[in-house]
Design a protein around this ligand. Structure first.
Ligand code: ZN
Length: 246
């Protein structure tokens, strides 16, 4: 059995970043589900097999400028929560790096789907910077290869058709089993294995709080469901938690 400790686990999904101008790509209602030709750009099979898919994927990243997005009040609320001194871990399905950019301590953030700030070579696994790769695309290399070995580069994200990193998922699960509060923010909680995290939280006795515009399969199991927009709801919730637990 796991002993519960005063640790707040926060799972964040696409909803926390929409106020930063980043659309929901990946969720059940996300853009990638609605547009198969866009989904191809982040599906490992076509990405590996078809150089034209890779060229489109790099162009899309260059044009959408996701690296330029700024954190919003929802991200900053979690920084306030950390600074209050309450033990906190953030588990995120987002690949935008906005939690770290907002000032949250990097080691307290687990990126379940990786991140777009880095690239990885599919042959030698070397990690590089997305900014460097996009600079090469802008300078006329439509499908920049690994500088070490010539292998195919991809953003260091979990693509469709790839499994989540079992080590990262295992760490997330441990956090969830230990934490006495689990807050799910801006995530539909419909896509496994991440959708298994709130299940394990509740099963081990954590208090579940859901902040999401749409219903989730866990609403009935939650102690509290908040439907307000996240960038308004999260600062309020954080202030309340800090007062309650001070
Ligand atoms: Zn390589």
């Amino acid at each position: 059995m796991n002993a519960k400790r005063p640790l707040i686990a926060v799972l964040t999904g696409a909803g926390i970043s929409t106020d930063s101008g980043i659309p929901d790509y990946r969720g059940p209602q996300g853009l990638w589900q609605k547009d198969p030709s866009a989904q191809e750009l982040v599906t490992i099979g076509p990405y590996l097999e078809d150089p034209e898919v890779r060229r489109r994927a790099w162009r899309m990243r260059l044009e959408t400028g996701a690296l330029g997005a700024e954190p919003n009040a929802g991200h900053r609320a979690l920084v306030d929560l950390e600074r209050s001194g309450l033990p906190l871990r953030v588990l995120t399905q987002n690949i935008d790096g906005l939690h770290q950019r907002s000032g949250l301590t990097a080691r307290k953030v687990l990126e379940l789907h990786g991140n777009v700030r880095e690239t990885q070579c599919l042959r030698c696994r070397v990690v590089g910077s997305m900014a460097d790769a996009l600079e090469r695309v802008g300078a006329g290399e439509p499908d920049p290869a690994c500088r070490e070995c010539g292998g195919i580069l991809k953003p260091r994200i979990v693509m469709f058709g790839e499994n989540l990193d079992p080590e990262v998922l295992g760490q997330a699960d441990s956090v969830v089993r230990v934490g006495d509060v689990f807050i799910a923010v801006g995530t539909s909680l419909q896509v496994f294995p991440v959708a298994g995290l709130p299940y394990n939280a509740v099963r081990t006795g954590a208090k579940l709080i859901i902040v999401n515009g749409e219903p989730t399969p866990y609403d009935e199991a939650a102690a509290e469901v908040i439907r307000e927009p996240i960038s308004q709801a999260l600062p309020k919730l954080v202030r309340r938690l800090v007062l309650e637990r001070a």
